[in-house]
Design a protein around this ligand. Structure first.
Ligand code: IMP
Ligand code: MG
Length: 180
């Protein structure tokens, strides 16, 4: 494990080890197994960032469960509607389902806030949000997060699925932007 890692033009230092991450992910899965006993939740994994987190989490789920993967694409709408988010690949009927949204990180909270109405519109039986990372200092659009692995400071991180301009997703652990 390098002490300093370069991704594009920036330098990163080791932050959370693979062992620390897996331990938290496992604990979160146990909590979900407990909370969803006798139910059949549908996990909605938001790509790209959450692909590793979702896979690791899902392996520890022991209740009957389904998973689907979607991508959120944002484009500029009219001036009044502002930015619009569309969910690509959301082809499962969510009506009456127990939904667990799986996200890599809640930063400003904007992305998830714009997506949630599309889920509520389909009238699920319940809706919870599970995140690997939450940066409360950066969150300006309030989100009710039900399951969090790590609450972290407002510093950029890469690894374990998260990228910096496309790179770094394959790093097995999390790295944090190095202070100058
Ligand atoms: P939000 O809409 O501001 O909450 O943005 C969430 C999205 O921004 C995440 O799904 C990530 O793709 C990206 N993001 C926010 N903070 C970081 C970070 O520290 N590292 C990598 N990606 C991040
Ligand atoms: Mg993301």
């Amino acid at each position: 494990m390098p002490d300093i890692l370069q991704v594009h033009d920036k330098y990163f230092v080791p932050y959370l080890s693979q062992e620390e991450i897996i331990e938290k992910v496992k604990a979160l899965a146990y909590q979900i197994n407990h909370d969803y006993k006798g139910k059949r939740p549908l996990f909605i994994s938001i790509l790209n960032g959450s692909f590793i987190f979702s896979a690791d989490l899902f392996k520890f789920i022991t209740v009957e469960a389904e998973i689907c993967f979607i991508k959120l694409a944002s484009y500029k709408g009219t001036r009044s509607s502002g930015q619009i988010i569309t969910a690509i690949g959301l082809d499962t009927d969510l009506t009456g389902r127990d939904i667990i949204i799986v996200e890599d990180i809640i930063d400003t909270g904007k992305t998830i806030n714009q997506f949630l109405p599309q889920v509520f519109n389909q009238q699920p039986a319940s809706l919870k949000i599970a995140v690997l990372l939450h940066k409360p200092e950066a969150t300006v659009f309030p989100v009710k997060i039900d399951y969090t692995c790590f609450t972290i400071p407002d510093k950029f991180v890469v690894g374990y699925g998260l990228d910096y301009n496309g790179l770094g997703r394959n790093l097995a652990q999390l790295y944090q932007l190095k202070e100058d």
